[in-house]
Design a protein around this ligand. Structure first.
Ligand SMILES: [Zn+2]
Length: 138
């Protein structure tokens, strides 16, 4: 029995050689698929069962895929998108934390967020990126 399991482990490991394996994107697809599966239990959300299975099957497919270049391109795209989201959220988190000491304005030209100290009255703010100047009350 014990030998069976150690052989099984070896077989899985050698079976995965040349395969792509698990990455962040597969994990995300898997979690999303499981969430959809659970939501699909609720009657009005039953239609979610189909995309749920598609997500789970696709996550498995990615793990066992031999097209490593394509899979890592998918992963890069996924990380780029989530990285943008995380960046945005960290800005909002910081704005909330510093809401009593600083004010945030968006540059009307390049959309860059500019941080200025509160309570300085009317000031001219120069955008650090594009040098656009605008007047705001802090
Ligand atoms: Zn600007």
């Amino acid at each position: 029995m014990r030998e069976f399991f150690s052989n099984l482990g070896r077989r899985i490991r050698t079976g995965l050689i040349g395969r792509y394996g698990i990455d962040e994107f597969s994990r995300f697809l898997m979690i999303l698929g499981i969430v959809f599966l659970f939501l699909g239990i609720i009657r009005p959300l039953q239609f979610l069962a189909i995309p749920a299975w598609i997500l789970v099957i696709y996550a498995y497919y990615r793990c066992f895929s031999k097209n490593i270049v394509k899979r890592s391109n998918e992963r890069d795209r996924y990380l780029r998108i989530t990285g943008k989201f995380k960046g945005k959220f960290s800005v909002y988190g910081r704005m909330w934390k510093e809401r009593k000491t600083h004010k945030y304005y968006r540059c009307s030209v390049c959309r860059t967020m500019v941080r200025v100290p509160r309570g300085k009255g009317k000031i001219a703010i120069t955008c650090p990126k594009c040098r656009n100047e605008f007047i705001k009350t802090t």
